[in-house]
Design a protein around this ligand. Sequence first.
Ligand code: TMP
Length: 206
Amino acid sequence: MEKGIFITFEGIEACGKTTQSKLLYSYLIDNGYKAVLTREPGGTELGKKIREILLSHTEEKFPKIAELLLYEADRNIHIHNVIKPKLEEGFIVISDRFYDSTTAYQHYGRNIDFSIVDYLNRLATEGYKPDITFLIDIPVEKAFERLKSKDRLESESIDFHIKVREGFLYIARKDVDRVVMLDGLQSIEDIFKQVISILKNRNIIK
Ligand code: TMP
């Protein structure tokens, strides 16, 4: 069976990962690749409803375990409806966030035990792993400068986002073969050139 390639973009809020995901998608389509651009949370119709719950401000308590379970539910639905079928059809699947975000936000940010987050990540992904992950790193102060309006997660304290950023950096150091760190303070064009050159060097694209 033809097998596709799974590429993810990760990072804190406003790091530029959505811009880079879109640029890569356009580049791949323009160069004749079969590609799909998706995201978490909200890469499916059901997932869009979960995203709305996760990111809206609410008066009610929103416990961190409920938050974790909703991210994982979104992910499992995403695997079944988009990631698995598209990879099986030989597509290059680009996802704006995947399980590293849960490790960074719910483990490092919210302090939920790593064993719980890791177990649920594995349960939800059913063995699907990115072939390569681009982590776009920027300082939290820079992210806050870039943010215009703030959703529920973006409204968390600067300390929370510092822990999340440190979490992402730790994930990158632990998994150097998969995770490529890019300096998000560079221009959009320079970051994109690096994305393409790394994908070429790894023979993911020609
Ligand atoms: P986005 O704004 O990049 O689409 O991401 C939505 C928000 O959800 C962002 O604040 C990061 C957060 N998030 C988590 O806390 N855990 C997760 O597993 C994912 C995928 C996102």
